[in-house]
Design a protein around this ligand. Structure first.
Ligand SMILES: CC(C)(COP(=O)(O)OP(=O)(O)OC[C@H]1O[C@@H](n2cnc3c(N)ncnc32)[C@H](O)[C@@H]1OP(=O)(O)O)[C@@H](O)C(=O)NCCC(=O)NCCS
Length: 273
């Protein structure tokens, strides 16, 4: 170590910035661990635990780890704890017994080389452009309503941030925005982009988001055909898997994704701190 560095100062700095991990010491044997990354977005600070961020021999161990950690997270200003947990009912129950609620599901599937299904007559698909931005935002509001986010409950700052985010998304060359038209009006859209490398996900995964069909055009096979086209494109670009997320409360989406072939992999649980 460079002798110019103050050892004690460096140690204290590390101690201050590192997100702490707890272990449960059962008289010399580690019976569990809990790690939470403290992350701040524009509105609040929260704690995130990934699929490998918690292990425990039994419910008692988890309960004690969570209790210890929660006291520190609160002091550091965190308002919520999110946990990605393997989607097995027995594992999920350990968390729900502690007051955590299931919020969303991550699902994955292998892309299949079958022939894409055709859109119903009168519909056509193309890549979106900036000229579609306003309509894309309108459709986004339909998606938010289905996911339980009321447009009215969003602040102006949040709405503007959403618009900026969508513009950045459309500007990214690796992102593909597909729109479906009927009578020259955009009635459906979806967005795909390469999923970032992530623990618990396959490599070569295409992430899918913003999937929405105007309510007047639903249940005609539009989403099925739109995704088939997006995934055929993905396969041609070397992707082998697809991943997406949906809210547990969004029953229509849950039925759609599972009927399309997505298998639930992880569940995101949440508890207010
Ligand atoms: C989910 C959504 C994209 C499906 O679009 P769609 O064009 O209606 O879907 P499709 O017609 O291709 O449906 C294919 C199959 O999915 C299932 N499905 C789709 N919507 C369903 C619903 N509301 N209830 C039950 N099953 C449904 C059915 O099995 C359907 O086949 P069927 O009509 O022959 O029974 C559309 O309902 C939507 O935009 N919802 C609001 C936004 C949203 O929740 N997006 C997903 C966010 S994660």
């Amino acid at each position: 170590m460079n002798s110019e560095l103050d050892r004690a100062l460096l140690r204290d700095s590390f101690r201050h910035i590192a997100d702490p991990a707890w272990v449960y010491d059962a008289t010399g044997r580690i019976a569990g661990h809990l790690y939470g990354a403290l992350l701040a977005d524009s509105t609040r600070m929260s704690v995130w635990t990934g699929p490998d961020g918690a292990s425990f021999d039994d419910a008692e161990v988890l309960s004690e780890l969570v209790e210890e950690a929660t006291a520190i997270w609160r002091v550091r200003g965190a308002k919520a704890h999110y946990v990605w947990c393997l989607g097995e009912p027995a594992r999920i129950k350990h968390w729900t017994d502690l007051g955590y609620a299931r919020v969303s599901v991550r699902g994955a599937m292998t892309l299949d080389r079958g022939h894409p299904r055709a859109l119903p007559g009168g519909y056509s698909i193309r890549r979106g452009t900036f000229a579609d931005l306003d309509r894309a935002i309108e459709l986004d509001a339909v998606l938010d309503a289905a996911q339980g986010v009321e447009a009215r409950s969003m602040t102006r700052v949040e709405r503007e941030a959403n618009r900026e985010e969508l513009m950045d998304t459309l500007d990214d060359p690796e992102t593909h925005h597909y729109v479906v038209e009927c009578n020259k009006r955009v009635i459906a859209q979806c967005v795909t982009f390469p999923a970032p490398p992530r623990r618990g996900s396959f490599d070569a995964t295409l992430h899918l988001s913003e999937v929405v069909v105007d309510p007047r055009h639903q249940r005609r096979g539009v989403a099925n055909a739109m995704l088939d086209t997006a995934f055929a494109d993905g396969l041609a670009h070397g992707f082998r898997f697809a991943e997406t997320q949906w809210r547990v409360s969004n029953l229509g989406a849950t039925l759609f994704w599972t009927s399309y072939g997505f298998q639930p992999t992880y569940v995101r649980l949440q508890r207010t701190l």
